[in-house]
Write a protein that binds this ligand. Structure first.
Ligand code: ADP
Length: 910
């Protein structure tokens, strides 16, 4: 049973005894109390009632007597009820006594007899009162004297008896109660004694059982501190209580203590072993440290290690790097016992151990395997061990060792560890040997180097000298470079100057040619008019002179145009306006231009268009025409017999610059081979003499070449002197201007071209018509008013003369402002000729102003542009010009144009 349960049971038992005891005492006390109260209450009540009856009875006697003594009737009558009331009270007292419960029979008997006596006495009193009431007081007195004392006395006696009886009863009860009390007391005493005894027994037994168990455990535990052998005593566990559990726990603890004690002992032993191994190992390592020779190492190794493991025989093998193990040392052996000194890897046990890199162990060697001898005797070792010696995974050697008894584990481990570290020692020795070898080699090399170094020093000295010479040369060349740099800068400066002057030259030429054209204009107009001899008053000679003036002027104009072009190209102001050019148009243009020339010169002109030639080309139409015109002009110029052919065909396949070829072939004078190159230079002429036969400036081809290259193509020439020449123009499609597509340009330019060409054609057509109907149309312009706006008086004069010859009325204004003023004041003006370059207000502004006014919306204005540049024409039309004509003005053309505008105005504006 558990200690807890024992304690609960022990204390529970004591508690129960105490409860029983207390209950019993309470019960007894209660009984006693009840009993006492019964006695006191009942007896006291009864004695009190009886005493009141006694007193009533005695008072009644006294009152009766007083009544009989009274004479006053009123007083009598007052007394009677009092007496009757006393009587009634006496009867009631007896009745209530009888009603008291638990009356014993004796008492009840006494009370019944008392009631009958009391009744008799009441009757007797009633009879006296009756007598008194009746007024017979004497008879009443008699009655009193006769009897009354007797009955009343009986009653008093009876009451005294009752009282005595009651007292007796009370004493009796008290005695009983006392007895009961004593009984209870003795019972209680016994119970208490028994309880104490029981409690004692229980306590002692519980305490004893607990302390016995504890003692047992304590005794065992006390012994533990003195135990040294690791054998701990165990507690004998009989009970299954907590102390038993402590015992069991202690036993378990003792077991684990024993185990750890054992472990500690083993650890200590192994530590000692380890320590021994480590010490020996360290000692050996220190011993081997300084050894630099393999044989010495082997010998030292065996003579130190073998005694440590009590080996009777050992040998040390080292690899030589080419797969063979050489024995370098032996212990306690001789030539006979150790027959073999060399093993290949894998050969015999030594070779196998090296191959496997594993320890080989043999415990029961046959008796004839090895013999160990001493002076006193000889015996066979029984155990053989082969250990590999490795370093970083490579085998360096093998230790073979034998012993009479088996190797102990410690010896085994020592050998293993020593072999493990010996690898590094061997490696170190081998390294050392290699270093020694290298050192001696390097010494040899150093000596060689020394010799070479001396040679080198010598060479260095030579080199230094060369270097100094080079340095000197370098300095000189540097000076020259600097000088060259200076010259280069000078040249650049000069070049800049040349460029600038060339620019000035070009600008000057451009300006000059422009300035030359203006006076030329009037000259041409007037000479043309003279040649026409409208008045018919000039001689043949004079007419011829006029013609000569006109043709010279035309030549001069062409020259000026060429100079202008050249200067424009040089000054970079040259611009290309590409468009889609139809081959048919080119053909027509060429025919128009040169058929008359061929007819005039009496040579043939043929145009030969190949079927493979592209029909459309994207290029600058005007420039293309200019080049062809030039080439054909030259061809006709230098051809007097035979003729000229223009051949148009597909370009070169392998050259992107050649989509189409225009070849001008003539049968003229040809060009000498050595001059073929130079004809393209500006101002060059192959016949450079003053007496030359053919006219020209020497600019044409130079311009053509430049133009061709600007258009992306080039010109080739072939010629045989005296037989003819062939000039070929190669052209590609012009590479589009950035930002503009070819179709944009096409739309913008072709519209203008269409108008231009249309005008040209019409003018031509009309020229023809005009020729035919010259006479008819002679008067068409008669009295028409024309306003000439020009600041150059020579021009005004020339134009006026020409127009007046057509019977026109000519007005003139010096600038735009004046023109507007005149237009406003003179409503009869039919047509305006507007120059562009004027002071105060130029032609563009003037035209814009005029067009702003409603009445002049339909007024024909013909602009006179300096040169037929496309931009100028465009600008003129945009500013409000109806048409334009380029200077120098061809009078016939101008007249035709005026006629067109005056008579076909309505149609034009549609
Ligand atoms: P020019 O105005 O003098 O003709 P060009 O530059 O056009 O100037 O020509 C330069 C020179 O090349 C000419 O003077 C002429 O000697 C020579 N030349 C040009 N074209 C021909 C040709 N078709 N036949 C012979 N010689 C030519």
């Amino acid at each position: 049973m558990k200690v807890k349960t024992k304690l609960y049971l022990g204390f529970g038992f004591i508690l129960i005894i105490l409860l029983v005891l207390a209950s019993y005492m309470l019960f007894t006390l209660n009984q006693q109390h009840k009993f006492m109260e019964e006695i006191v209450q009942e007896n006291y009540e009864r004695v009190k009632l009886v005493n009141s009856l006694k007193s009533d009875t005695q008072v009644t006697g006294r009152e009766i007597r007083e009544l009989l003594l009274l004479d006053n009737k009123a007083e009598i009558e007052k007394k009677i009820p009092e007496i009757l009331a006393l009587r009634e009270q006496a009867s009631a007292t007896i009745d209530s006594l009888l009603l008291v419960p638990s009356l014993n029979p004796e008492t009840r008997e006494i009370l019944i007899s008392l009631r009958s006596y009391n009744q008799s006495y009441s009757d007797y009193i009633d009879s006296i009162i009756n007598e008194v009431s009746n007024g017979t007081t004497e008879s009443a007195r008699q009655l009193l004297i006769d009897d009354s004392t007797n009955i009343r006395q009986i009653i008093i006696t009876e009451i005294d008896d009752f009282t005595a009886h009651e007292e007796e009863l009370m004493n009796q009860s008290l005695q009983e109660s006392e007895q009961a009390y004593e009984v209870a007391l003795s019972a209680l005493t016994i119970i208490i004694i028994v309880s104490i005894a029981l409690v004692l027994v229980v306590s002692v037994s519980v305490v004893k059982s607990i302390s016995t168990s504890i003692n047992k455990v304590r005794q065992v535990m006390t012994k533990v501190s003195n135990i040294k052998d690791g054998n701990f005593p165990r507690v004998e566990v009989n009970s299954k209580d907590e102390i038993g559990e402590i015992g069991l726990a202690y036993n378990e603890m003792a077991t684990s203590l024993e185990t750890s004690f054992k472990h500690e002992k083993e650890l200590k032993e192994s530590l000692q072993d380890e320590n021994w191994i480590k010490t020996k190992h360290t000692e050996l390592a220190i011993e081997f440290q300084g050894i630099q020779d393999l044989e010495e190492f082997g010998q030292q190794f065996l003579s130190k290690v073998s005694p440590l493991v009590q080996a009777s025989y050992s040998a040390f093998y080292v690899t030589n790097g080419s797969g063979t193990m050489n024995r370098v040392a032996a212990y306690a052996g001789n030539g006979e016992e150790l027959p073999q000194v060399k093993f290949d890897i894998g050969e015999g046990l030594v070779g196998q151990c090296a191959k496997d890199k594993k320890i080989l162990s043999f415990d029961t060697l046959p008796s004839n395997y090895i013999v160990t001898k001493s002076g006193l005797g000889q015996a066979n070792p029984t155990t053989l061990l082969l250990l590999p010696i490795e370093f970083e995974g490579d085998i360096y050697g093998v230790l073979e060792i034998a012993k009479f008894e088996p190797f102990t584990p410690i010896e085994h481990r020592l050998l293993q560890q020593v072999c493990e570290t010996s690898g590094s020692s061997i490696d170190r020795i081998l390294d050392h040997m290699r270093i020694e070898e290298l050192l001696s080699e390097s010494q040899t090399l150093t000596e060689e180097l020394q010799t070479q170094s001396e040679e080198l020093q010598q060479q260095q000295e030579e080199l230094r000298l060369i270097n100094e010479q080079l340095h000197e040369q370098y300095k000189q060349s540097d000076d020259k470079t600097k000088e060259l740099q200076r010259i280069k800068e000078d040249l650049e400066e000069k070049n800049r100057g040349i460029k600038l002057s060339s620019k000035y030259k070009s600008e000057f030429l451009a300006n000059m040619s422009h300035e030359l054209r203006t006076p030329l204009n009037s000259m041409l107009i007037l000479s043309q008019m003279l040649a026409q001899n409208t008045d018919g008053n000039l001689s043949e000679k004079q007419i011829e002179h006029a013609h000569t003036i006109y043709s010279s002027g035309t030549d001069l104009l062409n020259l000026i145009n060429d100079i202008l072009d050249l200067s424009k190209i040089e000054s970079g102001k040259f611009e290309v306006y590409p468009e889609e050019v139809l081959l048919n148009d080119i053909e027509a243009f060429v025919k128009r231009q040169f058929l008359p020339v061929s007819r005039h010169k009496g040579v043939y002109f043929s145009i030969d268009v190949h079927s493979d030639a592209p029909s459309i080309l994207f290029t600058d139409d005007q420039r293309l025409k200019q080049i062809l015109k030039n080439l054909l002009s030259n061809a006709f110029k230098f051809t007097n017999e035979g003729g000229v052919t223009l051949r148009i065909s597909k370009g070169l396949d392998n050259d992107s610059r050649s989509k189409i070829k225009f070849t001008v072939i003539d049968t003229g004078i040809g060009i000498a081979n050595d001059k073929l190159e130079s004809i393209f230079e500006a101002f060059y002429q192959s016949d450079g003499t003053t007496s030359r036969k053919y006219g020209g400036t020497g600019l044409g081809l130079s311009i053509c070449k430049d133009l061709a290259s600007r258009l992306g193509g080039f010109i080739e020439v072939e010629s045989t002197e005296g037989q003819g020449s062939s000039f070929t123009l190669h052209l590609p499609d012009f590479e589009g201007l950035p930002g503009l597509t070819s179709s944009d340009i096409e739309v913008a330019v072709s519209e203008e071209i269409a108008v231009e060409e249309e005008v040209e054609k019409e003018v031509e057509d009309e020229n023809v018509v005009a020729e035919e109907t010259k006479e008819e149309s002679k008067h068409l312009l008669e009295n028409k008013v024309v306003l000439v706006v020009d600041d150059d008086m020579r021009n005004v004069f020339a134009l006026t003369t020409a127009l007046e010859s057509q019977k026109m009325d000519v007005l003139f204004a010096e600038n735009g402002k004046e023109a507007i003023h005149m237009l406003e004041n003179n409503t009869s003006i039919d047509i305006v000729l507007m120059d562009i370059m004027m002071p105060e207000m130029n032609g563009f502004d003037a035209m814009r102003e005029i067009r702003k006014k409603e009445e002049f919306e339909q007024l024909p204005i013909i602009a006179l542009t300096a040169k037929a540049m496309k931009t100028d024409k465009e600008k003129c039309i945009n500013a409000g010009a109806s048409d334009y004509i380029s200077k120098p003005v061809n009078i016939e053309q101008l007249v035709s144009l005026i006629k067109v505008w005056l008579y076909n105005e309505g149609e034009r504006h549609c």
